[in-house]
Ligand binder design. Structure first.
Ligand SMILES: Cc1ncc(COP(=O)(O)O)c(C=O)c1O
Length: 363
């Protein structure tokens, strides 16, 4: 059933399994990163990523994990102040990065497992003039999908305020309409719903964000969007890029376009509904109802030792995630994104039932 993928099968919320044809795309011969083939590759990726994200923004492919692109966003939107919407570990990471850069900002917090209320965001923006708001769309530590469109409309009421969004576990699994929703920066590492090996981050930067970047005081060199902009205008990247990953991204765009975006989004919604239905008489879902991410499901493991469940699943060929940060020992997190199919998920849940039964018997 899962014979075309490696075992043990990764059910963590990224990195995710990579399809064999996509793994093979990494073996394409190298090209000159300053040559004609590179211009073709960069142009092709730019057009297709813009279509996918419904935007006219610049779209850079950066040779870094997502955190590097988050730091780039903070440095290019500097000096702030920033308003960080923090409802989990990755919302907090924006704030940590900003502090590490020596910049000013505030946190608007919700309890882990809860989504942000756009009205609360409006109230916070009314109390102080912020240069930028940071948001995590799908918070991987809690499984919450925040209402991006509604928050975008609120931030849009504040003309000077940029909206910087981490879409690490939503891009390609959830519709994104960056221009219509007023998103100035959207980023995603490719090891999640893109189902590629880690090392590349897609980063869409609006004209307003680029303008802000031109005035930002201490961007350094490698993270400077205006330098990435000049390179893109030449059909190049600023520095030598991870070419193999770019080939894989191009191949994955073919697969995504063949599946069709609407079908891909509905496949992810169905996978989430499947886990939720299975969990109904077993466990409480950590994320609040109505705001559950279609790409991962954290379950409250009341009465079970998380590590022994994870070990039991590993023995059966599945790697699941523990909780993240402060919820490390209370949750297991099941990733269901990228190449995930209903029959693979059902097989994993059947094995999880077996592991849970064994754990109950030992009690
Ligand atoms: C929502 C979110 N943001 C940021 C990150 C950080 O990504 P990376 O480890 O690629 O820097 C992750 C990683 O899991 C994530 O899930």
């Amino acid at each position: 059933m899962r014979s075309s993928f490696d075992e043990p099968y990764l059910l963590i919320p990224g990195p995710t399994p990579v399809a064999p044809s996509i793994a093979a795309a990494a073996t394409r011969p190298m090209i000159s990163h300053r040559g004609r083939e590179m211009r073709d590759l960069v142009g092709d990726l730019l057009g297709r990523l813009r279509a996918l994200l419904a935007t006219d923004s610049e779209v850079y492919t950066l040779g870094t994990s997502a955190t590097g692109a988050m730091e780039a966003a903070v440095r290019n939107a500097a000096p702030g102040p920033f308003l960080h919407l923090v409802g989990g570990a990755f919302g907090g990471r924006w704030s940590d990065i900003r502090e590490a850069c020596g910049l000013e900002g505030d946190r608007l917090e919700v309890p882990w497992g809860r989504a942000f209320d756009p009205d609360a965001v409006r109230d916070a923006l009314g109390r102080r003039r912020y240069a930028a708001v940071t948001l995590v769309h799908s918070e991987t530590s809690t499984g919450v999908l925040n209402p991006l469109e509604e928050i975008g409309a609120v931030v849009g009421e504040f003309e000077e305020t940029l909206l910087l969004v981490d879409t690490v576990t939503s891009m390609t699994a959830v519709p994104l309409e960056l221009d219509a929703w007023g998103v100035d920066l959207c980023l995603a590492g490719v090891q999640k719903a893109w189902a590629l090996p880690p090392g590349l981050t897609i980063c869409a930067v609006s004209a307003a964000a680029l303008e802000r970047s031109r005035r930002a005081p201490a961007k350094g060199y490698h993270l400077d969007w205006s330098l990435h902009h000049s390179a893109l205008e030449e059909g190049q990247t600023l520095t030598t890029p991870p070419l193999s990953l770019m080939f894989q991204l191009q191949a994955q765009l073919d697969r995504i376009e063949a599946e069709g975006l609407a079908a891909r989004y509905s496949r992810h919604r169905d996978l989430q509904a499947r886990v939720a239905a299975w969990a109904e008489d077993r466990f409480e879902l950590f994320a609040e109802e109505g705001h559950r991410s279609p790409t991962l499901t954290p379950l409250r493991m009341e009465g079970y030792a998380v590590d022994s469940i994870l070990e039991g699943m590993r023995d059966r060929g599945w790697i699941l995630g523990a909780g993240c940060g402060r919820s490390r020992d209370q949750l297991i997190r099941i990733g269901h994104m990228g190449e995930m199919r209903p029959e693979i998920l059902d097989a994993a849940l059947r094995d999880l039932d077996g592991v849970l039964e064994g754990a109950r018997e030992r009690r």
